[in-house]
Design a protein around this ligand. Structure first.
Ligand code: GLA
Length: 733
């Protein structure tokens, strides 16, 4: 014991000596338009000094000269050094009970990893065998820098991690506003903008599984003043973690820090001797062009790095859910496939209700876990459906909810121990009063969940699309697989298990399109998207409410990933009656689909839908791969809403505008097209006229970019009734 103490003391002394002779690096890591400045004192501490618009190496010293540097520890630890009010990113309890961690910088390395340039700070505790590697990665051709850490136990005894955040980023304290997205089922992601108070503002999730439901893990903070679309400085960030998370914004004494990571509440994690824990990436950007700049940076980065097939346009689909709900059978599926094919669609997705032999899935009370086709409903099996799709010249997709079981299922009868459960307590049951959650901490359960997708895809290689659903919370926080002293790790290990399954699926099936659905938009998060192509935005398909939800989802998530379906009127969730043109014009701003029984449409609606689908195809690339400019926000209550997309060289644009109410005798704003090229002339086309003989007055006009940007469009006469709308295509001449 004594010898150990002497060695430790000697080490500390060496560290102190080293710090006196320290090499001080002032490092600047940049993207095209942003930079982070870090001081790394070898043998000393590392500090974040700057994060914002792009600077160069010389500027960092000038920032010091101005005294405007942050000097904020790059990875603050608990126990010593932190002044009152400061918040730690790392809190460890050493094997001897010591609650403090004290990190000194050992080395700095710059390296290139897949997709970007990385700065790696290696830090060691002055006394205990703990190493932390902190990464800052500047993604190529994007304005996103991400950061995360690797925490290693180099000793012989386990260490308890009480907090292990991914990042602690300082920002300038000013008249900061926080923009965040909050909701629940059928009202996902409503946008809120609020002044940052002194003290703390926390965004977190404890739901366990649908971890973007209440609070989305993406948020923005303005540098000074109310958020604007195309001006002002704005910090935007998101955490790439599907489990519970915690984002603390701490503003005290003129200091402002964002600490973000896995939610450590009730989630202490034991780091075994020799183990390394990697915290999830925290991705961020900084824009001098308002919120629009943040969104475009995240959309570009998302398409390139953080979702599947981000460069490939998506098929136009019909999903069976709102058309037939659980009443799936061969005949109806065949008819729906025929319908969507004749409308010009390219894919049909059979939703819930197709499986369960012993217990047929006729409602939400049974069968999850029993992924065999119900032969009563589908005598020809999945093959019968993929054959029918082929006959109609479209692709076929299928719904699964693989992380779940019902207590009324063969799976539950066979493996009750595979369910998440709290010792000595009755199971909590969700949907249908029978739904329970599989224990993905258990590798055997991971294999089972993998096999659901694997079997479907090996037996039916024609399946082109999977809708992966998750309709429960982590209702019972307990695992029969984990030992008693590891129960606090359930949510973390569940999500590690889920990642493992998704990784295996992606390795074996790189081409299949997979939708991330979770009771609607419960998983709209970059914590899941890296394995998915898109998300289901909400079970609320009312086009009017979708204007609000899609507006806020678009703050971070690109249109290509935003599933947006035309559904029946009156709407099944809200009973609102809206014209089919309005419903199409809204759905066309995302990944267009339909979710209704097409055979219930009138002849006029069918003809309109055919034309709208054909028109969407002409702007699909612009919407799905282009840059978004939000023009008039529905949240501003100006009676209308408008947005536009532009391709890279702004030669091809798509513009959408909607009335939200009866605008007669109201002031309707001019819609200035901020995303045009001023020096181009554009020919305008009305994309979705209800009557092809009577397109809107703008149709076929050729106008200059300057006129569109500075004078704008006067849409009062077009947007004159509630739910009137216009969709325009602009092509440079
Ligand atoms: C969830 C999804 C819906 C649908 C149903 C099926 O609610 O969000 O889109 O798939 O499950 O049960």
């Amino acid at each position: 014991m004594k010898v150990k103490f002497i060695i430790s003391a000697l080490f500390l002394w060496a560290v102190v000596l080293m710090s006196q002779a320290a090499t001080q690096h002032h490092l600047v890591l940049s993207t095209e338009n942003t930079s982070i400045g870090i001081t790394a004192n070898e043998g000393g501490r590392s500090y974040i000094q700057y994060y914002g618009a792009k600077i160069d190496q010389g500027d960092i010293r000038k920032i010091f000269a101005l005294g405007s540097n942050f000097t904020s520890l790059s990875y603050p630890t608990f126990g010593i050094h932190l002044g009152g009010g400061a918040v730690e990113a790392l809190s460890l309890q050493m094997p001897d009970g010591n609650m403090s961690t004290d990190l000194f910088l050992q080395s700095v390395e710059k390296k290139n990893d897949a997709g970007g340039e990385c700065l790696v700070l290696t830090m060691i505790d002055s006394v205990y065998p703990v190493t932390v590697k902190q990464y800052f990665k500047a993604y190529n051709s994007s304005d996103v820098i991400s950061t995360w850490t690797e925490i290693s136990n180099k000793g012989k005894k386990s260490i308890l991690m009480n907090k292990f955040a991914s990042a602690a980023i300082p920002l300038q304290r000013g008249d900061n506003y926080v923009c965040h997205y909050h909701g629940k089922w059928a009202s996902e992601n409503y946008m809120f903008e609020t002044p940052m108070p002194n003290g703390q503002l926390v965004l977190d999730e404890k739901e366990g599984l649908r971890t973007a439901w209440y609070n989305n893990p993406s948020f923005m903070i303005t540098a000074d003043g109310k958020p604007q679309e195309e001006c002002g400085e704005v910090f935007g960030a998101t955490l790439l973690w599907g489990g519970n998370y915690k984002i603390q914004m701490v503003a005290e004494n003129n200091k402002f820090t964002v600490v973000a990571g896995i939610n450590n509440d009730n989630s202490a994690y034991t780091l075994e001797a020799g183990e390394t824990f990697t915290t999830p990436e925290f991705a961020m950007t900084y824009s001098t062009q308002g919120k629009g700049g943040v969104s475009r940076a995240f959309h570009r980065w998302g398409r390139k790095y953080a979702l599947q097939h981000g460069g490939q346009v998506r098929d136009i689909l019909l999903n069976s859910w709102e058309g037939v709900y659980f009443q799936v059978n061969q005949e109806k599926m065949d008819q729906m496939m025929q319908s969507i094919a004749s409308l010009g669609g390219e894919l049909f997705v059979m939703d819930d209700g197709w499986f369960g032999e012993k217990y047929p899935r006729n409602d939400g009370t049974s069968s999850l876990g029993d992924w065999g086709v119900n032969k009563g409903k589908l005598p020809l099996g999945v093959k019968g459906l993929t054959d029918a799709a082929k006959k109609h010249g479209i692709k076929f997709g299928i719904w699964i909810e693989p992380e779940m079981a019902n207590t009324k299922s063969e799976l539950y009868e066979k493996h009750p121990d595979w369910i998440l459960q709290c010792k000595n307590r009755e199971l909590t049951k969700g949907r249908g009063r029978t739904q329970v959650v599989l224990d993905l901490c258990n590798p055997k359960v991971q294999d089972f969940v993998f096999s659901i997708t694997d079997n479907l895809l090996t037996e039916n290689p024609e399946i082109a699309y999977i809708k992966w659903d998750c309709n429960a919370a982590m209702m019972d926080y307990g695992s029969t697989y984990l030992s008693a002293d590891r129960q606090s790790e359930v949510d973390i290990r569940y999500h590690m298990g889920l990642r493992n399954v998704l990784k295996r699926i992606r390795e074996k099936y790189p081409d299949v399109v997979i939708q991330c659905c979770s009771s609607g938009g419960g998983r709209i998060s970059y914590g899941f998207l890296p394995w998915f192509d898109e998300f289901w935005t909400s079970d609320n398909t009312d086009a009017y409410q979708r204007l609000y939800m899609q507006w806020s989802a678009s703050q971070f998530y690109p249109a290509i990933a935003m599933a947006s379906h035309v559904s029946a009127s009156p709407n099944h969730q809200t009973s609102r009656v809206t014209p089919i043109k309005f419903r199409f014009d809204v759905a066309m701003t995302g990944r267009l689909g339909m979710e209704m029984q097409p055979k219930d449409m009138t002849t006029e609606e069918i003809e309109f839908s055919k034309r709208a689908i054909a028109s969407y195809k002409s702007i699909r690339e612009v919407v799905q791969l282009g840059d978004l400019y939000r023009l008039v926000s529905p949240y501003d209550h100006k009676s209308i809403s408008a947005l536009m997309y532009a391709n890279d060289d702004k030669s091809h644009l798509a513009v959408f505008a909607y009335s939200l109410e009866y605008t007669h005798n109201q002031q309707v704003p001019y819609v200035r097209l901020t995303g045009v090229d001023e020096n181009k002339n554009y020919r305008i086309k009305d994309l979705t006229p209800w009557n092809v003989q009577k397109p809107c007055f703008l149709d076929n006009k050729v106008v200059s970019g300057r006129a569109l940007k500075y004078a704008g469009l006067k849409l009062k006469d077009i947007l004159n009734r509630p739910f009137s709308s216009v969709a325009l295509e602009l092509v440079a001449e």
